[in-house]
Design a protein around this ligand. Structure first.
Ligand code: ASP
Length: 423
């Protein structure tokens, strides 16, 4: 019998499950050197951080190089504009739907009803300082692109890369050799991603085991309804909204998409960072889903920075949670405000762990809810963060596949080829 090699996706899935079980088991060990120094802050931390830092290492060069390539090879600025408008439109639209789903779930499941107020610790929340919208907009243009890269300021890197790409394509013949260099660099970075991903199962194990060994599941109990409501929202969004849009706009089966995209979702789940997942998403889009570099290298980095449907779902449910804990009725007007602010907040949310919870303070403030209500939520936020980040990155890839199909930039043979899952 032919021996079947296990795919990377299966290996990661197994690592996830073993990490989860190990983490919960370690949580119940008595505190001491073995538990804390050797396991949690020793082995788990070591393998988790090595993996996480290795992917983070390639993010900034990858975003820059791939976007320059993407913008330069789009051919004409008109096409770039069309794809850009479609992409941003799609991202905003799905985020707004996500919040509506969350608001419905929040009012039906009523996660905060019956919660003991005594259990809520006040939290020191620093409300995101109110930067004027105009400033947010002009600050997309970096004063110093090198500094933008050093700071990892994604929006600024994106702006500089797109302009560089446009410049290169206008240069035409004169820009050819530089463009070739960017192409080669892109190949190199993708190779690095592949190498790092070989280590993914061990890294994922370490990250998950550490999370659960620190948080345990017991902390979840008082908030079970909140966590379940968020996860139901995420599942509905992934199946009904993405599934429906995907089928209607591409005619392709979403099952295949999910099978291939799973490694990215699990990296997102274990790192709780869209930014860290970006290289993996990009690699899967180009190599496994058959999407052209032109499209994916543009839409994926953009999406990982501004498109956060999972985060929006959490913010919608959390709004109801806090309102219910304090017995404050949520009016229709408040809901509309939440849809607006949470959509904007999700654009402004950085693709790093916990960023969504900080932005939640802005959403709560916009409708005058007490920020202290966030205390409990913060305590278990990581467990919700993992799920919402997986949906955040999925939304980017769903949008990318749809746009690629419409722009005739999707190789359906590659998409359907199931041998093309990472071996
Ligand atoms: N961790 C999320 C992400 O990277 C952001 C959030 O906290 O909601 O996509």
């Amino acid at each position: 019998m032919e021996k079947k090699k296990m795919s990377l996706a299966s290996k990661i899935l197994i690592a996830l499950i073993i990490g989860l079980i190990t983490g919960i088991a370690v949580y119940y060990l008595p505190s001491g050197t073995f538990k804390d120094a050797i396991l949690i802050n020793g082995i788990f931390q070591l393998v988790g951080q090595i993996f996480l830092r290795s992917i983070m290492m390639v993010v900034v060069p990858l975003v820059f190089v791939s976007l320059v390539n993407g913008a330069a090879s789009m051919g004409d600025v008109k096409k770039l504009g069309r794809v850009g408008v479609k992409t941003i439109g799609f991202y905003l639209f799905t985020t707004a739907i996500a919040i509506v789903i969350a608001l419905v779930l929040g009012s039906v499941i009523r996660p905060g009803v019956g919660l003991d107020m005594g259990a809520i610790e006040a939290v020191e929340t620093t409300v995101g300082d109110k930067t004027p919208l105009v400033q947010i907009l002009y600050e997309i243009i970096p004063r110093n692109p090198i500094q933008a890269m050093a700071d990892g300021n994604m929006l600024q890197i994106i702006a500089f890369a797109i302009l560089t790409g446009i410049g290169l394509s206008i240069l035409g013949e004169k820009g050819k050799s530089l463009l070739k260099l960017f192409n080669d660099l892109n190949e190199l970075i993708m190779k690095l991603v592949e190498i790092v991903m070989l280590f993914a199962p061990i890294g994922v194990f370490g990250l998950i085991a550490r999370t659960f060994a620190t948080t345990g599941l017991a902390a979840l109990v008082p908030l079970a309804k909140y966590v379940i409501a968020v996860y139901i929202g995420l599942i509905i969004h992934a199946t009904v909204v993405y599934g429906g849009l995907f089928k209607a706009l591409t005619g392709l089966p979403i099952g295949k998409f999910y099978k291939k995209f799973f490694p990215a979702m699990s990296v997102a789940f274990s790192t709780a960072s869209s930014g860290a997942t970006l290289p993996v998403s990009l690699e899967i889009c180009e190599n496994d889903l058959g999407i052209s570099k032109e499209i994916s290298s543009f839409t994926i980095p953009l999406g990982s920075t501004i498109n956060m449907d999972g985060t929006a779902i959490m913010q919608g449910v959390a709004t109801f949670f806090v309102a219910q804990v304090y017995n404050i009725p949520v009016t229709m007007g408040m809901m509309l405000t939440v849809v607006l602010t949470a959509t904007l907040a999700s654009i402004g949310t950085a693709g790093v762990p916990g960023a969504g919870a900080i932005m939640l303070s802005m959403v709560l403030q916009s409708i005058g809810l007490p920020l202290e209500g966030m205390g409990l939520i913060m305590g278990i936020d990581r467990l919700v963060d993992m799920g919402r980040t997986a949906i955040n990155v999925t939304g980017d890839a769903v949008c990318t596949t749809i746009i690629a199909k419409q722009e005739n930039e999707l190789d359906t043979d590659v998409f359907h080829d199931m041998t093309k899952i990472k071996a």
